[in-house]
Design a protein around this ligand. Structure first.
Ligand code: ADE
Length: 235
């Protein structure tokens, strides 16, 4: 997968994709991530990337010209209908439908070129949305100062789902949400710590029993903390 991030704060991303699973996936050639400064695509001599909103109001709005130019450079066209198959242009904004594990899975499965536009909280000229964007995404019902932290969330959740990105194929399947349940609790050594014991079932090596216990605990935890998820779980 190729991921291009468009931002007015490229420095924000300087090291954030250089750790853990994302770093390993980059080194293994599973994903290529490039961060682009929208300002480099600005057309006027002042390199303006934003301007005051028509109709008045607070704040600045990201201008369309640099973003159209960036998309033309990265995709080869700003005609959405002419995007090559597997191309997704994501706009991060609090207005999009809320992002979740199903959307991460869908993008991991279907996209091979992801262009992520980091909006500013004041807004992005709507013509970007109308003409270029295939998926508007919000990471939750709260307002960030810009899409940059959201881009990290979206990239991380997608990259770990790409084939071979995780050491073990089953790790992602057992993640919270992928079965419609929260994850079960986990323990490591020591078996007893400050009087708190690891449940016996995890120490006895009976894998069928362990699986049953994990499923039960995942169910209990979900019932207690996220009852809204239970309706998705059959049985
Ligand atoms: N930009 C500002 N707030 C956001 C949010 N909640 N999700 C995605 N992008 C945003």
């Amino acid at each position: 997968m190729k991921i291009d991030v468009l931002t007015i704060f490229p420095e924000f991303f300087r090291e954030v994709f250089d750790f853990g699973i994302i770093r390993r996936a980059k080194l293994a050639g599973i994903v290529e991530i490039n961060v682009h400064d929208i300002r480099e695509y600005a057309v006027d001599k002042h390199k303006m990337v934003d301007d005051r909103p028509f109709g008045g109001g607070d704040g600045m709005v990201l201008k369309p010209e640099p973003i159209f130019a960036a998309i033309e450079d990265l995709i080869g066209t700003s005609e959405r209908a002419a995007y090559p198959q597997g191309t997704c242009v994501v706009l991060l904004s609090p207005q999009g439908p809320p992002f979740g594990q199903p959307a991460a899975m869908e993008l991991a499965d279907t996209a091979d070129h992801l262009v992520i536009i980091c909006g500013r909280y004041e807004g992005v000229d709507e013509r970007v949305n109308e003409a270029l964007v295939t998926d508007e995404i919000s990471i939750g019902d709260y307002v960030l100062s810009g899409g940059e932290p959201a881009a990290v969330v979206v990239v991380d959740s997608i990259v770990r789902l790409l084939p071979d990105a995780l050491g073990s194929e089953t790790s992602a399947e057992n993640d919270s949400f992928s079965r419609g349940l929260l994850d079960c609790p986990h323990y490591t050594r020591p078996a007893e710590f400050r009087g708190m014991k690891v449940p016996d079932v995890l120490l006895n090596g009976d894998h069928a029993e362990i699986e049953k216990w994990r499923y039960q605990r995942a169910l209990e935890k979900t019932r207690a903390l996220r009852p809204d998820l239970i309706k998705n779980e059959e049985g």
